[in-house]
Ligand binder design. Sequence first.
Ligand code: ADP
Ligand code: MG
Length: 368
Amino acid sequence: MAGLLLKNVAKLYPNGGVGVKDISMEIADGEFAVLAGPAGSGKSTLLRMIGGLEDISQGDIYIGGVRVNDLEPRDRGVAMIFRNYILYPQMTVYENLAFGLRLSGCGKDEIHERVTETAKLLEITELLDLPSEQVTGIDRYKVAVGRAVARKPKVLLMDDPMLCVDGELRREMREGLAELYRHLGVTVIYVTEDAGEAMALGTRLVVIRDGALEQTGTPEEVYEKPINRFVAEYFGDPAINVLEAMVGEENGRAVLTVAGSHGVFSEENSRRLLAAGYAGKEITVGVRPEDIHCEPECLERFSDNLIDACADVYETAGDAAYMSFRVGSYTMKAKVPQSAGIRPGDEVKLAVDPSRVYIFDKDTQKAI
Ligand code: ADP
Ligand code: MG
């Protein structure tokens, strides 16, 4: 059992800076957990406390059921990979992989076996005899990863290893890491600011803002059921459309007025809104670009939720195409098939699937 348990963990820096405020959470054995959040939210602080590089101001950290607060980093069963994965330049790749094993007192035969096995897993066997300074690109990263995993850590900690990497190399690193994780069966705690990367890699997301835990769940849970507006806006590219809406009640059902258009809520949202007394009040609604449609069959299907919009600009993001629309004073983005033939300046009707509308309290911004 090499899961991770945090109980009321906090970090107050000596200068009074708050790194992390009272975080409690559990990461199961074998999970790929991603700490995601904006710069300065406390991700690195939390990771360093788990790894033993930073004192814990308050609370307890358990790895595999053992309280590690007072254990040295090397006694915690963790390995860390940082952004600037510096290799020992004078050593061969083999020596780089063997270094940590030698320090932890492994015998020669065991070192050889582990280094060979790790190199095979990472497909760097042919590099083993090279001086590490001659290794470049993705291979350099693989050696750094190899050095960390050769010791068979229980938990692998990674602090935004791909922050300064772009394009093809980044894609390769990401895919390689996902594959390695499947092979190793290790628990991973991975830090990133990149919401898309978090979604792509994590089996569990831990969303942090201002040193506090906002939400934890599978990528699907966090995307589909964000606990508040912040989480809803953080995940999704292009971001969710957010608008102010007025809630009304007609024949026992909650209805809304938004940017001059009228619509109905799903039965579930209607029940929640009326039960919590939102009739006659303003709320914040969110609609993801992929849940806004312009095809005739959708206009018919969601005929109770049509918006008057004016097409603005067309843009492609990844493999999909998005269009901006002016809707009252808002600009909304919708995933629109190129085949729809909408041109900038066209006045169109858009349909919203009511079951895909997120509702937030206007003041607290918490999901209703
Ligand atoms: P992230 O990794 O999410 O960008 P950090 O953990 O680095 O965030 O920082 C969290 C907060 O702690 C920030 O407000 C930052 O300024 C503060 N902080 C980080 N390291 C130190 C330090 N060594 N001394 C004082 N404050 C720090
Ligand atoms: Mg950081």
